[in-house]
Design a protein around this ligand. Structure first.
Ligand code: SAM
Length: 247
């Protein structure tokens, strides 16, 4: 269970909200049952249930555990907001695969509207999906999901990453695999690194966006000969990077 760092004490941890209900009602937990708790950032521990109270479960830490499940390449998936619930699929599947963060953004051909004031519920839901997918995949961290950025805001973040891949459906030259392979070889077996993959909406990217992304420092890459749905491209890109880096 992922618990917010404030509830993560030295010898014990309190679990509230839906997780407490899940332990009490679905898992029918009882004192002495073992479970794993993580603050989703830097601590994970084997613990046992000490007390099941009204809406809160207290567990005692048995031993701290090393955080070994995370890939050393931290992949951020920047996804131009797709229609319907496809962003949920992107977050769920890319979290299972090993992505570290999500940056939804709005681009020239984004079809859906996003009104930050009205749609905070949507962001909350995306974060909940990331948490549940991280639990199911036995991740050590819960990937961050940022509030949607504009295209210009996204371009300003590009220089924070060691490698930036602009997935362009019209790219006929460099393929992601060929771009990642030399970079992965350079990294060696232990160094940590970060990568950003940028994926377009249903209608794809414009040539202008491709040029702006390249000017900002991204490398335009293809993901093979077939055109993938917008919700598939991020999964393929993340899996390809982790394959090449051996994770
Ligand atoms: N019309 C389909 C849809 O509704 O999902 C396909 C959309 S595709 C144009 C959406 C995005 O996925 C592209 O902008 C690109 O980022 C990525 N993509 C899909 N296939 C790709 C490929 N073969 N190479 C590189 N990027 C690709």
């Amino acid at each position: 269970y992922f618990v917010s760092p404030e509830n993560f004490g030295e010898g014990s941890v309190s679990i509230g909200g839906e997780d407490a209900r899940h332990i009490a009602r679905v898992m029918r937990g009882k004192a002495g049952d073992k479970l794993i708790v993580s603050d989703g950032v830097s601590r994970e521990a084997l613990a046992e249930i000490a007390l099941i109270g009204e809406g809160i479960v207290t567990v005692s830490i048995i031993e701290n555990m090393p955080m070994t499940q995370e890939p050393r390449v931290k992949i951020t998936v920047a996804q131009s907001l797709p229609k319907g619930d496809k962003m949920e699929i992107v977050i769920q599947k890319c979290t299972e695969i090993g992505a570290a963060a999500f940056l939804p953004f709005l681009s020239e051909r984004t079809i859906v509207q996003y009104d930050e004031r009205k749609e905070s519920k949507r962001l909350e839901r995306w974060r909940k999906i990331a948490k549940e997918a991280a639990e199911q995949a036995h991740r050590n961290i819960v990937p961050e999901v940022a509030a949607p950025l504009t295209w210009k805001q996204l371009l300003k973040t590009v220089n924070r990453y060691d490698a930036v891949y602009f997935c362009y459906e019209k790219e006929e030259g460099l393929q992601l695999r060929s771009a990642v392979a030399p970079w992965a070889a350079q990294l060696g077996a232990t160094a940590e690194a970060s990568a950003l993959v940028i994926v377009g909406p249903e209608g794809g990217f414009s040539e202008n966006e491709c040029r702006e992304a390249e000017e900002a420092g991204a490398v335009s890459v293809g993901l093979g000969k077939r055109i993938l749905r917008c919700e598939t491209a991020g999964m393929v890109a993340a899996a390809c990077i982790l394959y090449e880096t051996g994770e």
